[in-house]
Ligand binder design. Sequence first.
Ligand code: GLV
Ligand code: MG
Length: 324
Amino acid sequence: MSFKVVEQAPSRLNRCELAVPGSSPHMFEKAAKSAADVIFLDLEDAVAPDDKPKARENIIQALHDVDWGDKVISVRINGLDTHYAYRDIVDVVERGGERLDLIMIPKVGTASDVYAVDMMLTQIETAIGRKKKIGLEHIIETALGMQNIHEIAAASKRNESLHFGVADYAASCRAQTTQIGGPNPNYAVLTDPDEAGERVRHWGDMWHYAIARMVVAARANGLRPIDGPFGDFSDSDGYQAQARRAAVLGCEGKWAIHPKQIPVANEVFTPSEKEVTKARRILEAMAIAQKEGKGAVSLDGRLIDIASIRQAQSLVEQADRIAA
Ligand code: GLV
Ligand code: MG
């Protein structure tokens, strides 16, 4: 390990993060009763410009009136380049009470963006005597944000998670695609002809670089990497496939833009019985090996070593957190 200790953000389950427009208060109660770990009440892109002031008021009222249970509650403010953002922060934090856990900053581009919001939050929290410090979620969804992701991830002690905003990211990069998340048939290679002269198209994952880069920046700074939206909510298999490949790369969760997507995300980001049993067996086998002074042993015909302990521990810790 490096001499530098990576401080971990507060530990929270973040398997499914449900997006709920602030302009649709009739959805709040249902969201509160859903199985999502985190809910973000949106003031940004799901809310039309004329509805922003009302949406703010809806959210402030709901932060006091709705029984959110043990859900983590976040509010997505408008971009810092708009004239809505300052009022989103001031009104929601000053009047929203202690139930608000996180502020989500969309289209964050530089570490100074984070600094500016941190400064405002610190002033408001001090002025109103807030007990709990508000954490920050950052949506990486512009070329600028992706370029500066490491500085953004390290920019504040409030930082908790990075999110891949695939729709705006595609727009910012001028990617030739219009769907929200998911693969694109044009991102493919052709194999050489086989014996029968047939060539096969292999689709690639056009988001691989972005998600992998986000996972590295998040983990190197003790934050949760979270995969963003998948627009076609009637395609449950497609959503599941996108969630699984994000999980394999190290993401801890994925957004749901429709309640249908919640159980799928929860299933994908909850380690299976089989995986947990295997991880516990690795820990047991390695404990015995270490007592015997061995660094590596074989289990079920495969080599396991001290790195296997760390992998197994992180899986077991996640399973324990979910079971708690
Ligand atoms: C989310 O905000 C996205 O742009 O995908
Ligand atoms: Mg966006």
